[in-house]
Design a protein around this ligand. Structure first.
Ligand code: NAD
Length: 446
């Protein structure tokens, strides 16, 4: 999938013309490759709490160049603002303005990360105001960043420290090139569970993962990314996509399971296949999905029911089978693919948005059940991703859709896949019931 405009304005005369006319100039994003340094340039940890001190010490042990105070005019890889003890909106001023002084020194592709606590758990109206203030602050700041830099926040539930495993996991994800299309988002760490992987390039080593809808598009890329990260894979798709499925399976040394996920026994067949062929099942990625767009006034029963059946009813049924199975009890992980349509709505997509809203509702309600088994269930909500599906959108609509986010470009299937790989890893063991958007911070609606 190509984005011709981005190539035209990235250098040479095209770049100068775009600059003169004030046209969008999307930056080439810093995307992860194995062995890549976490950051280029030092990271400044702003904030004066014990949590900030401990976090700075931990980042030093990652071999990062860590500063507690910026050195004038030094180019920075990242700014981390630790706001874990704010009690009143007035408490934001000092750390926020200290960070502001460093912003111009942030390198292209740099990162700003806030570490704070959810307003829902605040003990006073003033503390809730301060915490919710961080939300508005960070989302606005992310819209001001340029040159592929992103801003995201980690929210720590009461009792979770900035150096808890999944806090570090989330910070590491946001710092890295794995999160390059995640912008203006918050991720809540609800418990001190989780562990950073021994080998950061193979965080899924030893895991058996199932990916549905893996014959093409985002699903095929999820398979490649989980394989690269060390997982053993079972790839599922409908029999009609059997040839494509076999090709992807061959590429990532997976076994292929031709199966319609809306079949009544789909969950049991997935479990049986994984256990018989690979001895166990650790991770399930619900990616398979369809669109059947029509304005509601023209909607027919077939369009409505097929989208609801495949996109959400099948996931509910498969999860029931998984949660009833003795083979899905050891730190099980489920990651579902939702969509920003299910958050902001989309004209012509009442059926699809109902199904994707349903995915998010299901994830939140299932979290305590999976959590009781030491596992997690989370969702990613992609925005505009460059795939065969979005390539079919008429040119003008497509061009508007892909530019209307803070990074002024569409995401790639790998951006969704990297986020899923993170949520499936041990580093995210304390993150449960979350929906993380991979949308470049869509400017409209969401
Ligand atoms: P795609 O159409 O390219 O791929 C979907 C895959 O799912 C196909 O291989 C298809 O055969 C398979 N599938 C469909 N029904 C199935 C069934 N009943 N059983 C088994 N497999 C089935 O779509 P994509 O763009 O790669 O989207 C993947 C997921 O991401 C979907 O859930 C989609 O809703 C979601 N999503 C995509 C975008 C985007 O911009 N492309 C944005 C938001 C969300």
């Amino acid at each position: 999938m190509t984005d011709t405009y981005t190539r035209l304005v990235s250098d040479g005369p095209g770049r100068n013309i775009a600059k003169k006319l004030g046209l969008p100039q999307p930056a080439a994003l810093r995307r992860y490759e194995p062995g890549q340094a976490l950051l280029t340039g030092p990271v400044v940890v702003q904030g004066s709490t014990p949590g900030a001190d401990k976090l700075a010490a931990e980042l030093l042990s990652w071999d990062l160049d860590v500063r507690r105070h910026p050195v004038p005019a030094e180019k920075l890889g990242a700014i981390i603002l630790v706001l874990d003890e704010v009690e009143h909106p007035g408490d934001l001023e000092k750390p926020v303005l200290a960070a502001a002084a460093s912003l111009r020194d942030l390198r292209p592709g740099g990162r700003v990360i806030t570490v704070s606590r959810p307003a829902s758990e605040a003990s006073s109206p003033a503390a809730a105001a301060a915490r919710q203030g961080v939300d508005g602050f960070l989302r606005s700041l992310a819209k001001e960043l340029r040159a592929g830099a992103t801003g995201n926040g980690v929210l720590l539930a009461n009792g979770v420290e900035p150096t808890s495993p999944s806090s570090l996991g989330a910070i590491r994800f946001f710092l890295s090139g794995r999160s390059s299309f995640v912008d203006g988002q918050f991720l809540e760490v609800s418990s001190a569970a989780g562990a950073l992987p021994a080998d950061t390039d193979k965080p899924l080593a030893g895991k058996v993962a199932v990916v549905t809808g893996a014959a093409r598009g985002i699903g095929a890329q999820i398979a490649r990314t989980l394989y690269r990260d060390g997982a053993t894979l079972v790839l599922v798709d409908i029999p009609a996509a059997g040839e494509q499925l076999a090709a992807v399976a061959n590429e990532v040394r997976a076994t292929a399971l031709q199966l319609d996920i809306s079949a009544a026994d789909a969950g049991q067949r997935i479990i049986d296949h994984a256990v018989q062929r690979h001895g166990k099942l650790d991770i399930v990625v619900h990616n398979a999905g369809i669109t059947r767009d029509k304005l509601l006034a023209n909607m027919d029963q077939a369009r409505w029911s097929s989208v609801i059946n495949i996109n959400i009813a099948a996931q509910l049924r498969i999860n029931e089978a998984l949660l009833a199975s003795e083979h899905f009890r050891s730190s099980p992980r489920i990651v579902s693919v939702a969509s920003t349509s299910g958050i902001a709505g989309n004209r012509g997509q009442t059926n699809y948005a109902a199904s994707k809203g349903g995915v998010m509702g299901m994830v939140r309600a299932t979290a305590p059940i999976v959590g009781a088994r030491g596992g997690t269930i989370n969702a990613v909500a992609p925005g505009f991703i460059e795939t065969e599906m979005t390539a079919r959108i008429p040119f003008a609509v497509r061009e508007i859709a892909r530019r209307l986010n803070s990074l002024q470009q569409g995401g790639l299937p790998s951006d969704v896949a990297e986020t899923i790989a993170f949520l499936a890893s041990d580093a995210a063991g304390g993150i449960n019931g979350e929906v993380l958007r991979v949308c470049g911070q869509n400017l409209v609606g969401a």
